[in-house]
Design a binder for this molecule. Structure first.
Ligand SMILES: Cc1ncc(COP(=O)(O)O)c(C=O)c1O
Length: 444
């Protein structure tokens, strides 16, 4: 797969800046073509709609707009302000809440802003452990540690791949955290928020839900609705099941005293100066498309995840949570320890142009040797695949992982199969190419 550049072979030749720039153009095009020829199954990725991509490529990208609409530190923001207000209004409507901040530049930046707003150094926070599917920004080694917040992990039920309700109730009562954080990167089933609500109220902690993975499913009302279940703050990325730009957002409907202004300050000047204006425009378009196409898209995404899980299970692969229907989201998880673990399997799949990632499972004792892989159906759904196509993917995966088929042979099958799925769906300009990008002719 790797095509080395000329100066890899002739280390004495020093490339000119022009040659370096040209090689970057060439490599980028190779990347685009590779993804066009591949089956994308990373659960945190997606492709944007043509209209959102147009916004990302606009002059908005070149500009600065610190602060809030009408109260900027720079001139030149007349249209920027219009776009940001429309984006916030749309988000309020889609998620049914009174407060939205669309300025965080990623999910992790959203989380940093929330941490600044609702927690202080040495505060206690309950979270899902990394090995149970929690995100690195919820952990000591990530954003949470940077804020100096102490974490306590909920007991986890490996069988249902979810927080253990009795254990979590006990933990929250004992720890009395300042913040109870929920939400995962391996997110198969809704968090049992209703079952924890009375304990949370008893302790009086602030509740925070990281919806990075499931924001699009929540927008479509196809997953739990954390704001209606008493959660104070929701954060998320806008480029996973919500198929928008790589960006973040924060939502709240709690109306708690001072919370909204703390969140605003957490974003700016807390963890951003300029935010990414092209992404705000692309996000607004994505939210409009979600209003129109989001339910159909979320329904098919979940149907595809279940179908892929069932097809892999039928072929004898160890897909977790069969007794619960495998998943209620876009994600499914496989234990591939019998095939030498997640890292080996993910690499073998990559050679065959099937892109997935290794993943820790709750029972893994070695954090650098995950025994699982995680698959997501959101991007293959976005490019038009249905349940029958999931069976084709399951067969290709099974051939590589369990049958030891030659990845070169499977790669050719993948490329042939993928030719039927290169266009974006569930959006305006439906049917435009998903992996082709405008470019200038000729070399530099
Ligand atoms: C639960 C969760 N929170 C936050 C993030 C971080 O999002 P971003 O990559 O946009 O910073 C992720 C990323 O996958 C995630 O899974």
């Amino acid at each position: 797969m790797h095509n080395f550049l000329i100066y890899d072979c002739f280390p004495d030749i020093v490339p000119s800046p022009r040659e370096i720039a040209q090689s970057i153009r060439t490599i980028t095009r190779k990347h685009n073509q590779w993804f066009k020829d591949s089956i994308p199954l990373i659960a945190s990725e997606n492709v944007m709609s043509p209209a959102a991509r147009e916004a990302m490529n606009s002059d908005l990208h070149n500009r600065y707009a610190e602060g809030l609409p009408g109260k900027r530190y720079y001139q030149g923001n007349i249209f920027v302000d219009e776009i940001e207000v429309i984006c916030e209004d749309l988000a309020k409507e889609v998620f049914g809440c009174r407060f939205v901040d669309v300025r965080p530049t990623s999910g992790t930046v959203s989380n940093l802003a929330v941490l600044m707003a609702i927690a202080k150094p040495r505060d206690k926070m309950t979270t899902v452990a990394l090995s149970d599917g929690g995100h690195i920004s919820h952990a000591k080694i990530g954003a949470t540690g940077l804020r100096g917040v102490k974490t306590f992990n909920y007991p986890f039920d490996e069988k249902s791949m979810n927080i253990d309700v009795a254990g979590a109730r006990k933990l929250i009562r004992e720890v009395k955290p300042r913040v109870a954080l929920f939400g995962q990167s391996v997110y198969l089933f809704p968090t049992p928020l209703d079952e924890l609500r009375d304990v949370i109220e008893e302790v009086g902690c602030t509740t925070w839900y990281d919806a990075a993975h499931v924001l699009g499913l929540i927008a479509a009302k196809r997953f739990q609705d954390p704001l209606r279940q008493g959660i104070d703050v929701v954060s998320g990325s806008t480029h996973k099941t919500l198929p928008g730009p790589q960006h973040g957002m924060i939502l709240s409907d709690s109306g708690k005293d001072g919370l909204e202004s703390s969140l605003r300050r957490g974003v700016f000047p807390g963890v951003t100066s300029n935010h990414h204006l092209q992404s705000v425009a692309a996000l607004a378009i994505t939210l409009a498309e979600t209003k129109e196409f989001g339910e159909a898209y979320a329904d098919q995404t979940i149907r595809n995840a279940k179908a892929l899980a069932q097809s892999l299970h039928t072929r004898g692969m160890d897909v977790l949570c069969e007794h619960l229907g495998f998943t209620e989201s876009h994600t499914l998880v496989l234990d591939v320890e019998e095939f030498q673990g997640g890292a080996k399997v993910a690499k073998a799949l990559e050679k065959a142009n099937i892109i997935a990632n290794k993943n820790l499972l709750p029972w893994d004792s070695n954090p650098v040797r995950p025994s699982g892989i995680r698959l997501g159906s959101q991007e293959v759904t976005r490019i038009g695949m249905k349940e029958g196509d999931m069976d084709v993917i399951a067969e290709l995966i099974h051939q590589v992982v369990a049958k030891g088929a030659d990845p070169d042979v499977i790669r050719n099958e993948v490329i042939e199969f993928k030719k039927g799925f290169t266009k974006v769906h569930y959006c305006y300009f439906e049917g435009e190419e998903a992996y082709d990008y405008p470019s200038f002719d000729g070399d530099l």
